[in-house]
Design a binder for this molecule. Structure first.
Ligand SMILES: Cc1cc2nc3c(=O)[nH]c(=O)nc-3n(C[C@H](O)[C@H](O)[C@H](O)COP(=O)(O)OP(=O)(O)OC[C@H]3O[C@@H](n4cnc5c(N)ncnc54)[C@H](O)[C@@H]3O)c2cc1C
Length: 377
């Protein structure tokens, strides 16, 4: 049985919160360090509620949140001319990422969640881990969890000595994305796209779209948002140029407002030339499209001394799997369960043993889906 420990968690997105809430409830002294100055509220989109998400919500008495979402009643496939070429009755719900984030954030006492707190480096040892923060402070923990996402800092110390950034592999394509307020969508696009999941398949591209809750979790018609995603192949040199032109050459992605105007205009022109007109209209209606390059990453280990990786810091699966959040929930539940049963070092080893296979399987599944969609490797 692990006695009550000082647990530091780097990253206060859903993965960090899942672990933070479960371990706080077990009596551990938890500190979540999130670099975003104001936290992450109202920055998410939608998510498909997988079994592990339902399970973790149930464990913390928030099962009702899994019922709150926007339903798509059917799936349609559009050809380039905008004709519906197939239709399938397959209802699916999109929950609000923000509701999930807020739901867990409320379960952690305010003083345990430090915003504007960026971890710069880590000094691990056999019994503890010390972090150095960007503001010059140093904090010491018995266990340090890296829930710091795709560009994880903690990963550099789990799989190396910290001197080199370990970056994920670019998969050769990007997702251009937009989240359009419902009322900003043109009427013709609303009629074809709303209340359903719509898809378009082309060589080296794949587009899809569906309604998600509003930025405050609203599900009533008129207050929702249209989420469109346009995957397109992009050679790594072009991606590098794009990030450079945006002045973010070391970033892994560009958020809303970060795309140079000329790139945004080209995106709209390409959409008009290549996509069914309702999708092109959704692209044109987005004032601040953003871009998420697609990456793969498989960690060779999830623990090293008292450092632990969780969620996207450990394994990055392509978004087609819709499993990023479920995977983080599975990691957090497995870690918390292991920590109730045995001494800490045995618990961490048991966690790694249980989650490595899962991680590899999900990343591999994402690669296969990418290949099936004719999106590069
Ligand atoms: C703002 C936001 C919105 C998202 N919205 C959605 C969505 O709508 N649907 C969906 O399916 N997925 C969404 N995701 C992605 C999803 O959360 C992840 O794919 C998955 O759940 C795994 O989460 P994670 O907690 O491991 O990593 P992430 O969600 O990527 O979170 C990593 C966190 O670590 C923080 N961080 C990184 N480095 C440091 C550091 N050195 N010091 C301190 N903090 C650090 C980041 O600011 C971030 O908050 C979103 C992620 C973010 C950050």
């Amino acid at each position: 049985m692990s006695t009550h420990l000082r647990i530091g968690i780097v990253g206060g997105s859903v993965g960090g919160l899942f672990a933070g809430v479960l371990l706080h409830r077990q009596g551990h002294q938890v500190t979540v360090m999130e670099r975003a100055r104001h936290g992450l509220a109202r920055r998410g989109a939608g998510l498909v509620v997988q079994e592990q998400v339902t399970r973790i919500l149930g464990q913390v008495g928030r099962a009702h949140l899994a019922e709150l979402g926007v339903w798509a009643n059917e799936r349609i496939v559009l050809d380039t001319g905008g004709e519906v070429i197939s239709r399938e009755n397959r209802p699916q719900m999109q929950m609000s990422w923000d509701l999930l984030y807020d739901g867990f954030r409320q379960l952690l006492p305010e003083q345990l969640y430090l915003t504007g707190t960026a971890v710069e480096s880590v000094t691990p040892s056999a019994q503890s881990a010390q972090v150095s923060l960007a503001d010059g402070r140093a904090l010491t923990f018995d266990v340090l969890i890296g829930a710091d996402g795709q560009g994880s800092t903690v990963r550099n110390y789990v799989n190396g000595d910290g001197s080199q950034g370990i970056l994920p592999d670019y998969a050769g394509y990007v997702a251009w994305r937009g989240l359009v307020p419902e009322e900003a969508m043109p009427e013709q696009a609303k009629v074809q796209l709303f209340e359903r999941m719509a898809f378009h398949f082309g060589e080296g591209m794949h587009a899809l779209g569906y309604l998600i809750p509003g930025s405050e979790g609203q599900t009533t018609p008129g207050e929702r948002r249209y989420n469109w995603v346009w995957y397109r192949t992009m050679p790594s040199g072009h991606l590098h140029d794009l990030l450079e032109r945006a002045g973010r050459s070391s970033a892994l992605s560009l958020g809303p407002g970060e795309l140079p105007g000329a790139i945004r205009d080209q995106l709209r022109a390409d959409a008009s030339a290549l996509l069914p007109s309702s999708f092109a209209a959704a692209v044109a209606a987005e004032a601040q499209p953003f871009v998420q390059p697609i990456y793969d990453y498989e960690t060779p280990r999830m623990i090293n001394q008292r450092l632990v990786l969780l969620g996207d810091a450990a394994f990055i699966a392509r978004p087609h799997t819709a499993m990023g959040i479920a995977k983080a929930a599975g990691d957090a539940m497995t870690l918390a369960a292991a920590m109730t049963g045995c001494p800490i070092d045995e618990a961490l080893a048991a966690y790694e043993k249980a989650r490595m296979t899962q991680g590899y399987a999900i990343v591999d599944y994402g690669r296969r889906l990418g290949r099936n969609l004719s999106l590069a490797r």
